[in-house]
Design a protein around this ligand. Structure first.
Ligand code: ZN
Length: 84
């Protein structure tokens, strides 16, 4: 699995490291923040790389949160979710 991770940024060639990051999503005035996501981040330009399928899973998680927000009428404010 580790072999699949980038050792160098494909954008700028900078060195990358494995970090825990948070990502924000916004839709229809609702904001969602998901933290505790493991990703490869370029030390130089800040480009974020997810493991294969990681970005899709993150998008799916965000979509689920937006659906929950609609049901719960939590349209205003920031919804935070954490992993780990
Ligand atoms: Zn870079």
């Amino acid at each position: 699995m580790d072999d699949l991770f980038l050792k160098k940024c494909s954008d700028c060639g900078g060195s990358t490291s494995y970090k825990t990051i948070s990502q924000k999503f916004e839709r229809e005035g609702m904001r969602i923040s998901i933290s505790g996501i493991k990703a490869i981040v370029c030390e130089n330009c800040g480009e974020i790389y997810f493991p294969p399928g990681g970005a899709d899973k993150l998008t799916a998680a965000a979509n689920s949160m937006f659906e929950l927000a609609k049901v719960e009428n939590q349209h205003k404010g920031l919804i935070k979710a954490g992993i780990g």
